[in-house]
Design a protein around this ligand. Sequence first.
Ligand SMILES: [Mg+2]
Length: 277
Amino acid sequence: MTSNAPGSEAPRSLADLRALIIDIDGVLWRGDTALPGLAAFFTFLREHGIAFRLATNNASLTPAAYIAKLAKFGVVASEEEVLTSALATAAYLRQESPGAKVYVIGEEGICQALREAGLRVVSEEDLTADIVVCSMDRGLNWTKLGNATISLRGGARFVATNDDMTFPTERGITHGNGAILAALSAASGAHPTVVGKPEPLLYEMALASLGRLPRETAAMGDRLETDILGAHRAGLPSILVLSGVASADDAAHAANPPSWVFAGLPELTQAWRSALG
Ligand SMILES: [Mg+2]
């Protein structure tokens, strides 16, 4: 542990926490490579009855796909324990624009969530969408960017699952959805409504489903401008791990410092175990 910032939302000790809202990329894995201590961390949480929700800005996978990926790394979780910005975006649009036609830049995670929320996902050639939703799409190409631009210039609403500028992979840090949004904004003049962290919806959904008080629930992630800023806004204590995007230097200069900083999962697990005596 390198810091425990003052503030009303910061509990005195890790031992005071009863629940966690856990980011995924850069925290549990990078790409298809698990980070050290992954299975042992979840064993610790289960042994001590610490409830959790995985809450990710990454909208590419469905909850079922996350469960399958966790299982590959020896972690058993249920679909109810996974929240994605795809689910939050679908919940938001079901409320704001029920039944609307949506052009999607994105993968199965967002398409399935939108369909299940009653939105109509239009085909690749259809340029009559009411809304363009943009999220991580590893099959993104010139035609998709063109279709989204034409729809936006024609007056479609612009909604983004998240605006992370970068994305941690095992090859290094690459562009994130925010970089694609910047391209679409430059071409269309439209600016997106962003649903994911640091906006409050994802953390609110996680807190509601955990049924715990904010002061006994920490948000954990690898990124200051989404995970940790979102925690500050939601009044939650926060845990930064340095296994993803943010460095120790970033953490030291953060405008909204995390409550705790750890190198990674093994260091957090060890400190938490000690705090519990
Ligand atoms: Mg992350």
